[in-house]
Design a protein around this ligand. Structure first.
Ligand SMILES: Cc1cc2nc3c(=O)[nH]c(=O)nc-3n(C[C@H](O)[C@H](O)[C@H](O)COP(=O)(O)OP(=O)(O)OC[C@H]3O[C@@H](n4cnc5c(N)ncnc54)[C@H](O)[C@@H]3O)c2cc1C
Length: 412
């Protein structure tokens, strides 16, 4: 990494330098998100989605080369070694001027899998993967869920058998976001035959191009194919690609799920936004209606509540306190907001939402309405988040859990 950052720069000095750098390097208008886009999931062909990922990779690489990509990571792990406030300050400045089309796989790579490798990878694995994961040249997906293991993730049945220096992995994963574009997958597999629940599981990084990996796309009701089934047939994975100890994969996976929950509502820009709803209400002449104004206020309040929860989490982090169930609370706030946005879009558009008349900004809202329910499931369902809040935040008695090696919720 070539860094443009002076080591002892004050936060204010850093902010100014970042602002000046962004003014010079931020992606041009052509690469920015379409202002009419209200989709929750992409409904695009493979080539278009690849282009979106390429734009994100280019931007990540530009930031990386200037030292802005992993600001609060240690220097020896390809970061800038700065305190978290610097990373937060850069993110704030960046989001004020850069609004690229998002892609779930990118955020899974950078926010979930890279930090897990940082915690649990061997030095050799960190050297192999972290530079590429942080500079955007490698993408990684999450191979956790299976047909019989979702909320109850400890029920994983995909098995891996040791053979010399390799593991031989067989089984099926499902709902794997972005697997068709990923270079690597973080998998949880059962390595101790006869073990159950969270015991006897191991976490492996699997190259998605390895012989025996077959990816089949799943078509969603909103049109796109954001996620996939991944079939693993006797895939040979070197033991050197293991995360954590053999048999300790549950702890590794829980760390990734923790990063996922913490990240779950940092998804500004997913689906229809308050400003877009406001514009729609004006355009449809509904802004004067009392009920519409109340619904708009409700959406905005949810956004503010999510910001407050984010602020609380940051405070907990800055003062070294465990964030507890705040990630679950934020996620619930966020998905509730997504549902309210759907409700208001339905109110404002009526039958124009279901019939494509070609009129701008009408039928296109189906991309929000049909996509939003997916996030009530992804990353731990609403019910699981409520269980976590009940047990960890409110201290209510835990629900009965057979073979209790698991955490609140189902196992997730
Ligand atoms: C958009 C999207 C992206 C995803 N991406 C990925 C990915 O990249 N990688 C990956 O591994 N997985 C991914 N998933 C899968 C996701 O993690 C699972 O769908 C989720 O954990 C729920 O599991 P399930 O679908 O098996 O439902 P189930 O666990 O079978 O749940 C069915 C219903 O039962 C309820 N339920 C289950 N247990 C309890 C309980 N203890 N208490 C109360 N209610 C309960 C649930 O809330 C739900 O309503 C994705 C899912 C979606 C929707």
């Amino acid at each position: 990494m070539t860094t443009a950052l002076a080591p002892a720069m004050s936060l204010e000095g850093f902010r100014e330098a970042a602002r000046a750098w962004l003014a010079e390097h931020a992606p041009q208008r052509a690469a920015l998100r379409d202002p009419d886009d209200v989709s929750v999931f992409h409904n695009l062909d493979f080539e278009t989605e690849t282009k979106i990922l390429d734009t994100l990779r280019d931007w990540q690489r530009t930031k990386h080369d200037a030292g802005y990509a992993a600001l609060n990571w240690p220097v020896e792990l390809h970061g800038a070694g700065l305190p978290t406030e610097y990373a937060d300050a850069f993110k704030a400045e960046e989001s004020a001027v850069v609004s690229l089309t998002r892609h779930e796989l990118f955020s899974v790579t950078v926010n979930l899998i890279a930090p897990t490798i940082r915690l649990y990878g061997s030095d050799a694995l960190k050297s192999l993967l972290l530079p590429g994961l942080l500079d955007g040249s490698l993408l990684a997906c999450q191979l956790f869920s299976e047909p019989g293991a979702g909320s109850d993730l400890a029920n994983v049945a995909t098995r891996a058998v040791r053979d010399g220096d390799d593991w031989v992995v067989s089984g099926q994963k499902v709902w794997t976001s972005g697997a068709q574009f990923a270079d690597w997958g973080q998998a949880i597999v059962r390595t101790e035959p006869g073990s159950s629940r969270g015991r006897g599981l191991t976490s492996l990084m699997i190259p998605m191009s390895a012989p025996g990996v077959e990816i089949r796309q799943i078509r969603q009701m909103s049109g796109g194919t954001s996620f996939n089934e991944v079939f693993l047939s006797e895939v040979r994975v070197p033991d050197a690609y293991r995360l954590g100890d053999a048999g300790d994969g549950w702890a590794v996976t829980r760390a990734t799920l923790g990063f996922e929950r913490a990240n779950a509502s940092n998804k500004n820009g997913v689906g229809g936004q308050f400003d877009q709803l406001l514009e729609l209400a004006r355009r449809t002449g509904a802004l004067e209606h009392r009920d519409v104004r109340l619904q708009l206020a409700e959406v905005r309040m949810r956004e503010v509540a999510a910001e407050v929860a984010q602020h609380r989490e940051k405070q907990a982090r800055d003062t070294g306190r465990a964030p507890g169930a705040t990630g679950s609370m934020r996620k619930l706030q966020w998905v509730t907001k997504l549902a309210l946005v759907s409700e208001l879009a339905r109110t404002l558009l009526g039958e124009r939402l279901v019939a494509d008349t070609g009129e701008r900004g009408t039928f296109s809202w189906t991309a929000h309405v049909l996509g939003a329910p997916g996030y009530r499931i992804a990353g731990g369902t609403d019910q699981i988040q409520r269980n976590i809040i009940a047990e960890r935040h409110l201290g209510l008695p835990p629900e009965p859990r057979p073979g209790a090696s698991t955490t609140a919720g189902g196992a997730r």
